[in-house]
Design a protein around this ligand. Structure first.
Ligand code: ZN
Length: 490
């Protein structure tokens, strides 16, 4: 049995000013056997698909895989080029007995609000109606009807931080194999809930999300069910299908799948008020971090969440840390110009330049900085924690600059704080620092929660602000809660 393996993954924040271009995907594009060499024995979607081939006795045929860090709308020609590459590679792989696809589920391309649905439809056209397609999606997917209509099997991450990416990929591969072996007939039902959730409230290990996941797992275990996916959705994509969505997969019984999906949707809706956020202000948050007796205190810059499309160059917390004369603090800011200035100054030299706040005017103004360059690296590291273990991360050239009591990590590419290697790779031992700013909502917790003495979530402004009233939605379906408090559902 031959199974085509591939995918395209990007989470699109339509409020982010920076379009995703081929340059953003390029470091992570893999074709054919390069997928095997890059991803075998990694706990990634591709790694999981490949391992499923071994346990289920099918031959994975690697086609095309690309991903990029979350940013704004994917440029039209970039999207077309990526999809053409994937579709062409799957065509070359045919005939196949099945397809394993890794998508994010919240990708938006210029002119294509439902990029993931489009990709699934194009793959369906290539393989025809009889070949089963299994897709693995992120927990933050905005799952469209079009996507569900074009696949047979759907598994979504059950965790946030996403530490079960590999397991859900293996699950997709296992269900696919059982399907083409004739053991099961996966039947999908989708229930979209008119509910927008900010990422920060989707942490799956604490209520209200934990409560919802528990109910989903309980129903998933009922007779005849194959899997249940609870997608919290991605509220920073202004598209009609954004929001919470439940997909239930039964073995051949559509009514049962529909019933289960509806029950979980009902529970999500009943819990809607519990998803409200209460963060500290910037001044309160930083003052508390500076006063803390021991560290590391983790300060979450929720409004500049890189994994959610933040530019990674927000300066609001950096400025406040300087104002409070914070000691032993670390903050990473993506700024290629500042990296160039640091490289020019050289290790031991003094860099004087403006840092951050350059991408747009939502994340604070540039800060004029003078500091000694402590380190310069190629910005490459390998994840060793529980998130995407084994995957290589490319921050671009990177520099550490000492600015008063603050170590400023400057990177050419914005890079999420998902693994302690990010700091270790530039010579910073995070366990030995007092304050660490993480530009993320929840995903940082897999790496940093075990070493944190205290966690402070701060209400910073930006394209991933938790205050949804700061965004102007024009394409989103309405009414939707909490933007429209009187929304009726079920
Ligand atoms: Zn996610």
């Amino acid at each position: 049995m031959r199974v085509a393996v591939g995918g395209i993954m990007q989470e699109t924040n339509t409020f982010c000013a920076v379009a995703a271009t081929l340059r953003d995907f390029a470091p992570y594009v893999r074709r054919g056997d390069a997928i095997l060499s890059t991803y075998k024995q990694t706990r990634t979607p591709m790694g999981g698909f490949l391992d499923a081939g071994r346990t289920e006795d099918f031959t994975p045929v690697p086609t095309f895989f690309a991903k990029a860090v979350s940013s704004g709308l994917t440029e039209r020609r970039t999207f077309e080029a990526l999809v053409d590459d994937l579709v062409q590679a799957v065509r070359v792989a045919t005939p196949v007995d099945g397809v394993l696809l890794a998508l994010h589920g919240a990708m938006v391309a210029d002119g294509t609000p439902d990029a993931d649905g489009e990709i699934a439809e194009r793959i369906r056209e290539v393989v025809g109606p009889e070949v089963p397609i299994a897709v693995e999606l992120d927990l933050h997917a905005n799952i469209s009807k079009r996507l569900v209509d074009n696949v047979n099997i759907l598994t979504g991450y059950d965790t946030y931080p996403h530490i079960d990416i590999y397991d859900r990929a293996v699950e997709a591969g296992t269900l696919l194999a059982r399907t083409f072996q004739g053991h099961i007939r996966p039947t999908l039902a989708r229930s979209a809930v008119p509910l927008l959730l900010v990422p920060q409230m989707q942490q799956t290990s604490r209520p209200p999300m934990a409560t919802l996941m528990e109910e989903a797992h309980r129903l998933e275990a009922s007779a005849g069910m194959l899997a249940v996916t609870v997608a919290g959705g991605f509220c920073y994509a202004d598209v009609p299908h954004a929001g919470v969505c439940i997909v239930a997969m039964s073995d051949g019984n559509r009514a049962h799948a529909e019933d289960i999906a509806r029950q979980i949707a009902q529970q999500a809706w009943a819990q809607r008020e519990a998803f409200a956020v209460h963060n500290l202000s910037v001044t309160e948050g930083v003052a508390r971090a500076v006063r803390a007796k021991s560290g590391p205190v983790i300060v979450a810059d929720v409004g500049d969440n890189i994994g959610g499309g933040g530019p990674g160059d927000g300066t609001v917390l950096f400025r406040q840390l300087m104002a409070e004369d914070a000691q032993g603090a670390v903050i990473a800011i993506a700024d290629a110009e500042a990296v160039a200035a640091a490289v020019e100054a050289g290790v031991g030299g003094t860099m004087r330049t403006t840092v951050g706040g350059k991408v747009d005017d939502r994340h604070g103004a540039p800060v004029t900085v003078s500091g000694v360059v402590r380190a310069i690296t190629d910005g490459r590291y390998v994840n060793t924690g529980s998130y995407m273990t084994g995957a290589v991360v490319e921050m671009g050239r990177s520099a550490v600059v000492q600015v008063g009591g603050i170590e400023l990590l400057l990177t050419e590419r914005k890079s999420s704080p998902f693994d302690l290697e990010q700091l270790r790779s530039v010579g910073i031992d995070p366990t030995q620092r007092q304050i660490i700013v993480v530009k993320a909502a929840i995903a940082w917790r897999a790496a940093y929660e075990p070493i944190a003495t205290e966690i402070i979530e701060v209400d910073t402004p930006g394209v991933t602000s938790t205050d949804l009233s700061t965004f102007t939605y024009t394409r989103l379906r309405r009414p939707i809660y909490p933007l429209d408090p009187d929304t009726q559902y079920l």
